[in-house]
Design a binder for this molecule. Sequence first.
Ligand code: HEC
Length: 213
Amino acid sequence: MLRFRLAWLLILAFALTGCRGQVSKSAPIHPNWNMDQTVRIDAQEPSAFFADGRGNRVYPEGTVPSANLRGETRPCTLPESNPAFCQGKDEAGEWLNGVPSEVQVDAALMDRGHERYDIYCSPCHDRTARGDGMVARRGLVPPTLHNDAQRTKPLGQLYNTITNGGPIMPAYASQIPVEDRWAITAYVRALQISQHADLALVPADAAKKQGWK
Ligand code: HEC
């Protein structure tokens, strides 16, 4: 009987200490210390650790933002400021049907797109974009990019797929700079044309050399 009373007393004691019924400004008791208690200096907070008493440190002289070290710029920090280049959309919000004015389509762009495509896209889509990459052979099968639906998609939409990914396909905005995403976009369209070309697209002398005309 005594044991029962003792148990009730204990439960009552816990219950009462659990809800004190008053507001307290002191930190809650944490039996296990977690990241709430990290010793840190918040922004603009003073710090006795440094001689000048400031928590915020100034950059050492000559500091360069790391993106610039690799010769990169960050043109799309505010994508809305340049929807064509950054989002692949025109002013009306429609997908761009060509490349934005910043992108010059030439052999160098195609070479860059080719190289980047082989690195980033071919593991799934394979080098011809038929969707038979090594990852696809192990289960994650992307669609072929050689059908009418894919061939006629506006370039802006293709760019957007690289930037934001799909339901399964990962987004590449954080890994591939904007300029390279456009280079890949142009290269994918070239890949598509390479498998579905109109003879009229082949320069006359080249066609003649092949005996096509
Ligand atoms: C990890 C595998 C994987 C990689 C890498 C990958 N994709 Fe995809 N991609 C997919 C899958 C899966 C789909 C089908 C759509 C979905 O489920 O997300 C797809 C769909 C697409 C589509 C069609 C989108 C549509 O709306 O029909 C395009 C275009 C495309 N990918 C281009 C690319 C390009 C360009 C790259 C390289 C930058 C790339 N993908 C890298 C897996 C991948």
